[in-house]
Design a protein around this ligand. Structure first.
Ligand code: ARG
Length: 283
């Protein structure tokens, strides 16, 4: 079982909508049903809770429709000495940059030490950085700059493994990759540049490999809580493999959020992740 994934930050969709277009999924002319979005979001939270996870809530802010996608808030790191470190995201698109101070304020107010990335390159938080086997798998290209991941390694002490993303429709790593336990993960070969796929293939001992069409249904954008997996979509073949591996599969309809290019994982930020320690200071 994963040693993280039992505590999440979420943000209700009170002000959610598709108000701008910053990825190939978003079309302003497609209306979002806010009541339906709220029902779907409640169902995600209920599924996480039934699976045994605890949930903390970030207050929504008018004018920040994508704040619901808390996966992008930043990177969380609980140090061995118990200190809770939060590294806020720096969004690539100006449309989301207003979220940065909101996220930072929440973490500061809840007792987290906020450390910023040096430099000014974009980094979109856990959407592009997922822990696996004691290291941090880091997607880059569309939203996060590879050099920002290197800076993140310096700030957190994490060992980062870079994987360049290949398909703009799968613009964050968490749309392609889902750690399942210490050996297993969902991966999407077609979503990575060749060197990135070579890294994933050798780093993940037991892989559930998605076809591109399966990944485009946001099958990998799932949240694992112990042996429950809460999914955006689950093709039958994928469900059979997950069940054979001992997982209980729960699918939650989040179609309103898919209109903005996000699924179940994007709606959550794991708060119980440990990445390592920062490099010891000189002297
Ligand atoms: N509309 C949001 C954006 O384009 C969706 C974010 C999806 N988040 C994720 N972790 N994949 O930024």
């Amino acid at each position: 079982m994963l040693d993280w994934g039992r505590r999440y930050l979420v943000c209700p969709p009170t002000h959610f909508g598709v108000l701008y277009e910053i990825n190939p999924w978003m079309h302003r002319e497609v209306a979002v049903d806010v009541d339906r979005a709220r029902e779907q979001w409640d169902a995600v939270v209920a599924a996480l809770s039934s699976a045994g996870a605890e949930v903390e809530v970030l207050d929504p802010v008018e004018g920040l429709p994508d704040l619901v996608f808390t996966a992008n808030a930043g990177v969380v790191n609980i140090r061995p000495d118990g200190e809770r470190q939060f590294v806020p995201a720096r969004f690539r698109n100006p449309e989301r940059q207003g979220e940065e101070s909101v996220n930072e304020a929440w973490f500061a107010a809840h007792g987290w030490k906020v450390d910023h990335l040096p430099g000014d390159l974009p980094h979109e938080g856990a959407g592009d950085a997922l822990p696996f086997r004691g290291e941090l798998v880091c997607g880059h290209r569309w939203r996060t700059d590879a050099r920002a991941h290197v800076a993140l390694a310096g700030v957190t002490g994490a060992t980062v493994r870079l994987v360049e993303l290949a398909d703009e429709r799968l613009y964050h790593l968490d749309m392609t990759f889902c750690p399942l336990d210490e050996r297993r993960a969902i991966v999407t070969p077609a979503a990575y540049e060749p060197a990135g796929w070579e890294m994933m293939r050798t780093f993940v001992p037991e892989r559930l490999e998605l076809r591109l069409d399966e990944a485009l249904a946001l099958t990998a954008n799932a949240v694992v809580v112990g042996n429950t997996i809460v999914m955006t979509a689950c093709p039958p073949r994928v469900g059979r493999q997950l069940e054979a591996w001992g997982f209980d599969v729960v699918v939650v309809d989040v179609s309103e959020f898919v209109k903005a290019g996000g699924g179940v994982r994007c709606l959550t930020l794991a708060l119980d992740v440990s990445l390592g320690s920062p490099p010891a200071a000189d002297g």
